[in-house]
Ligand binder design. Structure first.
Ligand SMILES: Cc1ncc(COP(=O)(O)O)c(C=O)c1O
Length: 428
């Protein structure tokens, strides 16, 4: 199948209003959606139901790692679906075993549990922590302010942002938040009930803030000293987005002691299936059998179909050197965005991130945005929509670029050109 042969489905072609009406009438309105409906995609391009083409620099929030409608993923889905889609986890299947082997090979000695989403992967880590400390009455997990760990009840309890908790109190007991990148705050927060610390290597929803090397190494030492498990949420920042499999591997490159660093658990999802739903968590060897038979399960966790796709995504990333592409193209893009920020400090105040996980922080009070009640990030993203480019807002001030790992230089230039136009117009 040729990636450019994709055509809109006739049922929705040209009718945003018809799709919107279906949502208004039948879909629970939990999302603030943009006025865009897509019918199909090809590589880093998405096509609206009206036929308009968009350059996708969001990739489903760091999910479609190989872009849209990748022919080899489509072929893997077709082939595996004709062989075996699902059997209960009462039984063994080879793809799940091979995916677990591959993920452990990328992290370190340990084992993997397969699930379906990032929230579910984190839930598994929460249960692992509770099991670890259970006999000593320890259960508390420290997480960071501005973090994001999913929308289940435990997920919003773990998330260090008030907006996700509001209206759903009381929270699940046993989560406390401490300032990110502040080792002393973490040390001071450890109580006799504390059992684990969970952080993102790069906070995604919180505005693209990488952990510092000292923080990572310091938390590892603190966890060893206090007998705590050290968990990392790699759901958004993982899967080669930074140029290495996990962001901590990239952050600690060249840092003395960095090569020996390993957390005790890592949550994965999003890019793991390249758009097909799958999550997983890896547990370091000493703790890998703590969750024994009967302690944890998921009907759809690790189906042969999902695991075959995830294995194919990994194989393509490796074969096509996409980690290097993320590293080098990301560095170039970041440099260009920094140049833009230097030229227009009244519009862009900062550019952050690693590889193809970049955050453009907008300046406070951009005059051209005044008089519009919408957050600056939304206004910026909307203006890019008008130019045919998709990006992801993060809070009120940050616009995220999380494109497919196989984005080309030409596509990055196309996106940059649009961003430059929006910045220049806003600077007037
Ligand atoms: C860091 C992080 N953890 C967890 C999640 C939740 O993942 P999911 O939406 O697959 O449950 C997200 C989603 O954005 C995330 O960014």
């Amino acid at each position: 199948m040729n990636q450019t042969d994709n055509k809109p489905t006739p049922s929705t072609a040209g009718s945003f209003a018809a799709v919107r009406e279906l949502f208004d009438n039948y879909v629970i309105p939990t999302y603030g959606r943009f006025d865009l409906a897509f019918s199909h995609g090809s590589g880093s391009y998405l096509y609206g139901v009206d036929g308009r083409r968009y350059l996708d620099l969001g990739s489903g929030i760091a999910t479609c790692a190989l872009g849209h409608a990748h022919p080899e993923i489509a072929e893997t889905l077709a082939q595996q679906s004709q062989r075996l889609v699902h059997v209960s986890n009462f039984y063994y299947t080879e793809p799940q075993g091979r995916l677990a082997q591959a993920l452990a090979g990328l992290l370190g000695p340990g084992k993997v549990f397969c699930c379906n989403s990032g929230a579910e992967a984190n839930e598994g880590l929460f249960k692992l922590g509770r099991k670890f400390g259970h006999d000593e009455g320890r259960f508390e997990i420290l997480t960071a302010t501005n973090s994001f760990h999913g929308r289940t009840l435990a997920g919003i309890s773990a998330t260090g942002q008030e907006k996700v908790k509001k209206g759903f109190e009381p929270m699940v007991a046993g989560f406390r938040h401490v300032a990110f990148n502040d080792l002393e705050a973490a040390r001071a927060a450890v109580s006799p009930a504390t059992v684990a610390i969970l952080i993102e290597g790069i906070q995604g929803e919180g505005g693209i803030t990488p952990a510092t090397p000292d923080y990572l190494l310091g938390l590892r030492a603190l966890c060893d000293e206090k007998k705590l498990l050290f968990f990392m949420d790699g759901v958004q920042c993982g899967h080669f987005r930074t140029g290495r499999f996990q962001s901590f591997q990239r952050i600690l490159e060249g840092v003395p002691g960095g090569e020996r660093f390993l957390p005790d658990g890592v949550a994965m999802a999003k890019s793991l299936g390249g758009g097909f739903p799958i999550g997983a968590f890896w547990v370091r060897a000493p703790y890998a059998d703590l969750l024994g038979p009967g302690t944890h399960a998921s009907t759809f966790g690790g189906t042969p179909l999902a695991c075959a796709v995830a294995l194919k995504v990994l194989a393509i990333i490796e074969r096509d050197h996409l980690a290097d592409n993320a590293r080098h193209l990301g560095a170039w893009l970041k440099g260009e965005l920094a140049r833009l920020a230097a030229a227009h400090p009244r519009v862009i105040s900062n550019v952050r991130g690693l590889g193809l996980m970049l955050g453009v922080e907008l300046a406070e009070k951009i005059p051209a945005f005044a008089g519009n009640a919408k957050a600056a990030s939304l206004q910026f993203v909307n203006r890019l929509h008008d130019l045919g480019v998709l990006t992801i807002p993060s809070g009120a001030q940050v616009v995220r670029l999380l494109p497919a790992l196989n984005l080309t230089r030409e596509q990055a230039e196309e996106g940059l050109e649009a961003i430059e136009k929006v910045v220049k117009a806003a600077a007037c």
